[in-house]
Ligand binder design. Structure first.
Ligand code: AMP
Length: 431
């Protein structure tokens, strides 16, 4: 038997209804904040991620699905391509390529699959889905303002509340700018020197390549050492400090709760200033439901104009897992309102006509087959989870009145054709 590749999975009903529910809430909320959708290619030049995410991040150094194009055309030959591991780099590439600033497009969102060769476990897959948004534009358009950071964070709180996901925590930090980080890296290297020998192999590598990443370490034995290291918060320059204070002040004023976490450095190199994560208790070890931050230098790193920005990516797989825990799940999982049972030869067309009428009233109808006996129709209706079964036999058609049975209560009534929509779903018909 051929199975789905390791780390990938089929999303099946009824869960797909939850995915659609989450996505439609996202679209509504994005609309209210004036974000518009962008769809970028699923694969890009490898170089985009090397430059946009950072060569010595885990993502680029060990997790990408990369291949060399085998095309015969000279322009294709030997080109290194990569399945996108995230969507910020692609979005910023598109921003630069299409000069989106000229069209005033500075608030974009995306929904789609991403690919990372990670060790699969609950909440961590090799093909996973992200819902993300980016505010990017010339500083003159306000993209550098702390008001943007706060707007994005407040939007996320609104989205989670709207999905009725409770129990989230917003963890907030500032990772400063390049200039702060140079001083910080130096202090960090110095502090690591005498202790790094007793840390894990990953930390020993990080201490040389990118000491900031030491804060990502989850190895329990390393934690007491990490606790003693200097923090980026001690190295923020005046503008970075003022920016961070302003973000916090707005969040407090608009009533979005947050927790400061000065160990939060995030996995991507391009972050500047505000960095954040929303975590959720019910998710287990992989408890980050979304992450994001400001990336003021990214556009320039990709050869574009100066364009400060801030964005986030929600792990949709994890968002849906939290939804399954929340009260909204039950109301989203749709069952057919009615199962239309054709009984006897020639009844398929009559049943089809009735189902068509009902569906025009937004009623969810499932349809049987005239070869089914009554018992089989009842079994099929019950299996589909239908609320009613509607019997369409020769006598009913002649009388233009049909037997409608409530499968939960067993109550059966005779209903003239014209009254059927109203009887099956009073609230929908009244709307
Ligand atoms: P990142 O792009 O690494 O900042 O991740 C943003 C969010 O995407 C995380 O908070 C997770 O919710 C989600 N995510 C990242 N990697 C995976 C993965 N391999 N499987 C499922 N979700 C993921």
């Amino acid at each position: 038997m051929i199975k789905a590749p390791r780390g990938t999975r089929d999303l099946l009903p009824p869960d797909t209804a939850l995915w659609n529910f989450a996505e439609s809430a996202v679209r509504d909320v994005m609309r209210a904040y004036n974000f518009q959708e962008i769809r970028t290619p699923i694969f890009e030049s490898t170089e985009l991620f090397a430059r946009g995410v950072g060569e010595d991040t885990d993502i680029v150094s060990k997790e990408m699905f990369t291949w060399e194009d085998r095309g015969r055309a000279e322009s294709d030959k030997g080109q290194s391509l990569t399945l996108r591991p995230e969507n910020t780099a692609g979005t910023v590439r598109a921003y630069i390529e299409h000069k989106l600033w000229d069209r005033g497009l500075n608030k974009l969102f995306y929904i789609g699959p991403q690919f990372r060769r990670e060790r699969p476990q609950k909440g961590r897959y090799r093909q996973f889905y992200q819902i993300g948004a980016e505010v990017i534009g010339p500083a003159s358009a306000g993209s550098e303002s702390p008001a943007r950071d706060a707007e994005v964070l407040e939007m996320l709180a609104t989205l989670l509340d709207r999905l009725r996901i409770s129990g989230w925590t917003l963890e907030l930090n500032s990772v400063g700018c390049a200039h702060d980080r140079a001083a910080f890296n130096q202090a960090l290297r110095k502090a690591l020197e005498p202790v790094v020998g007793s840390m894990c192999a990953d930390c020993q590598r990080r201490a040389i390549t990118n000491p900031l990443r030491v804060f990502d370490c989850k190895v329990p034995a390393d934690q007491p050492i990490i606790e003693t290291l200097p923090r980026i918060s001690q190295f923020l320059d005046e503008p970075c400090r003022t920016h961070f204070e302003a973000v916090k002040e707005i969040l407090i004023k608009v009533g979005v709760p947050f927790t400061l976490n000065d160990r939060l450095v995030r996995g991507l190199d391009y972050y500047t200033r505000t960095a954040f994560e929303f975590t959720h208790g019910a998710l287990g070890a992989q408890n980050a439901i979304l992450g994001g931050g400001r990336y003021d230098g990214l556009s320039e790193a990709l050869g574009g104009p100066a364009a400060p920005g801030i964005g986030f990516a929600i792990g949709e797989d994890r968002l849906v897992m939290s939804l399954q825990e929340s009260a909204s799940a039950e109301s989203v999982l749709k069952r057919p309102d009615v199962y239309v049972a054709a009984l006897g030869a020639g009844m398929n067309s009559e049943a089809a006509r009735l189902a068509r009428e009902l569906r025009r009233h937004d009623i969810v109808a499932d349809l049987g087959d005239e070869t089914f006996r009554l018992k089989k129709s009842f079994e099929a209706a019950t299996k589909a989870g239908a609320k009613y079964i509607l019997i369409v036999g020769e006598n009913e058609v002649k009388a233009d009145t049909f037997a409608l049975k409530n499968l939960a209560t067993g109550e059966q009534i005779s209903v003239p054709r014209a009254d059927l929509p109203q009887k099956v779903l009073p609230q929908k018909v009244q709307e």
